[in-house]
Design a protein around this ligand. Structure first.
Ligand code: NAP
Length: 440
């Protein structure tokens, strides 16, 4: 899906004017300043076209976002420089959301932030505070829905030396594809006691002869063929691209037959129609291949969600790629991350057909804001996913190897230090410096 051949592109200059500080301001952006150097990532013939100096929009984030984004940019810049010797370079472009947007625009989520991500395609994001009370349900959910970032991708693997609650954390190496747009997260719900809620309950009780209690709140759980197929397609394609052995559809179809059960059925259907020559189902392995999958074929299997929580603990290494509806995916992602040592090191991305927003999985941890203390690992590893998405795998691998080395050296931030014997506590910025210095 990715094009590794850089193509030189020209930017529409008719809408730009150079300011005193040497930055270009596109007329249609109010506060976003487009750097004079750098080029847009584009899509051509259904492929991403990555120039050598792509402009990457970056949302710094609230709270600890400021510290971890600074650290992440330094690490990424150093790795790209060391890997490509100056031939490639990321040109960062600040865009705004959360507290900094509120100051600049008077709103926490300005329209031009969405526009910039749509136009520049690949973006990096720090954590954002979810305003309590009216306004947006969540800035993160809004970003995912408005940009149609339908797959939440969470790779979970173990870094040697990280304290973990299980005996063999190294057995976990899973990528979770969580559906991002529907299920009970679609936001279709009515509060108990409201007129609308009563209308819905009365309608259901009357039309379908149900007996929903009048003091209920109501939520709707839509699961569509469309959203299921595009999610499962991405998960299987990932397994193909990365030589993974299996894709597991995780669902609660024994109870919710027409939503979760349908997710499983549509998932199998997609696998056996669009990827027939690349996959076998687990059932076929038993009935046709005597219990042993043919060499090079990806096994498509399914597990009921509650059983899956046991399986990740007891048969961890039997799972490689997981595709699952929204709620299961939310729970599973955090459970898997906890098993290998917690959210501080868990990266994530929200991806649509082309647009990819790469982000830390933890929140803004306000009590640590601007204290130069927090672990930037999650955001740095999310940036590694971003580099891979761009086809810059070598730069991503360099960072990952260096993080492994830094943890082996036991020079870590407070969260890991407090659990590791004989470790040295370092600040966020020092941790980044160690990662840079340890790069192979
Ligand atoms: P949180 O910000 O993730 O922090 C909870 C705790 O997790 C921290 O106090 C800290 O624990 C630990 N932690 C988080 N990030 C860490 C890191 N990088 N390194 C080490 N430890 C880390 O969760 P929250 O306090 O529930 O949420 C705060 C705000 O963030 C809320 O407004 C929430 O809506 C928002 N949020 C945003 C996102 C997002 O933008 N994607 C995701 C989740 C939450 P210790 O104190 O034990 O060290």
């Amino acid at each position: 899906m990715l094009c590794r051949n850089p193509v030189r592109l020209t930017r529409d200059s008719s809408r730009k004017s150079v300011t005193k500080r040497g930055v270009v301001k596109l007329a249609k952006f109010k506060h976003i300043q487009i750097p004079t150097e750098g080029e847009k990532i584009t899509v051509k013939n259904k492929n991403l076209v990555i120039p050598d100096n792509p402009i990457i929009p970056v949302i710094e984030g609230d709270g600890i976002g400021r510290d971890i984004m600074k650290a992440t940019r330094r690490v990424v810049d150093a790795s790209v420089e060391k890997t490509y010797g100056g031939k490639k370079k990321i040109v960062w472009m600040d865009i705004y959301a959360g507290e900094n947007a509120q100051k600049l625009y008077g709103t926490v989520m300005p329209d031009e932030t969405f526009t910039a991500i749509k136009q520049y395609i690949v973006a990096l994001k720090g954590p954002l505070t979810t305003p309590v009370g009216g306004g947006f349900r969540s800035l993160n959910v809004t970003l995912r829905q408005v940009l149609n970032l339908y797959a939440c991708v969470r790779p979970v693997r173990y870094f040697e030396g990280v304290p973990a609650p299980v005996k063999h954390p190294e057995k976990m190496n899973i990528v979770i594809y969580r559906e991002n747009t529907e299920d009970v997260y679609a936001g279709i719900e009515w509060e108990k006691g409201t007129k609308d809620c009563k209308t819905v309950i009365d309608f259901l009780n009357k039309k379908f002869k149900l007996s929903i209690r009048s003091d209920s709140g109501i939520g709707v759980k839509p699961i569509s063929v469309t959203a299921t197929k595009r999610l499962v397609r991405k998960a299987i394609q990932h397994a193909i691209d990365k030589n993974r052995k299996s894709v597991t559809l995780v669902h609660k179809g024994n109870i919710m037959k027409y939503t979760e059960g349908a997710f499983r059925d549509w998932g199998y259907k997609l696998a056996t129609t669009e990827f027939r020559d690349k996959i076998v189902t687990e059932d076929e392995v038993t009935t046709k291949y005597n219990g042993k999958a043919p060499e090079g074929k990806i096994i498509i299997k399914d597990r009921i969600a509650d059983s899956m929580f046991q399986q990740i603990l007891t048969r961890t290494d039997e799972y490689e790629v997981i595709a699952t509806p929204n709620l299961n995916g939310d729970y599973l992602s955090d459970a898997c991350a906890a098993q290998v040592g917690g959210l501080g090191m868990a990266p994530g991305a929200n991806i649509g057909d082309f647009v990819g927003l790469f982000e830390a999985t933890h929140g803004t941890a306000p009590k640590y804001a601007d204290k130069d203390m927090i672990n930037p690992g999650s955001l740095i590893l999310s940036a590694c996913m971003m580099l891979e998405y761009m086809g810059w795998e070598e730069a991503a691998k360099k960072i990952e190897r260096s993080i492994e080395q830094t943890i082996r050296n036991k020079t870590v931030t407070y969260d890991l230090e407090r659990q590791m014997e004989g470790a040295t506590k370092v600040s966020t910025s020092e941790f980044a410096t160690h990662i840079i210095n340890n790069m192979p």
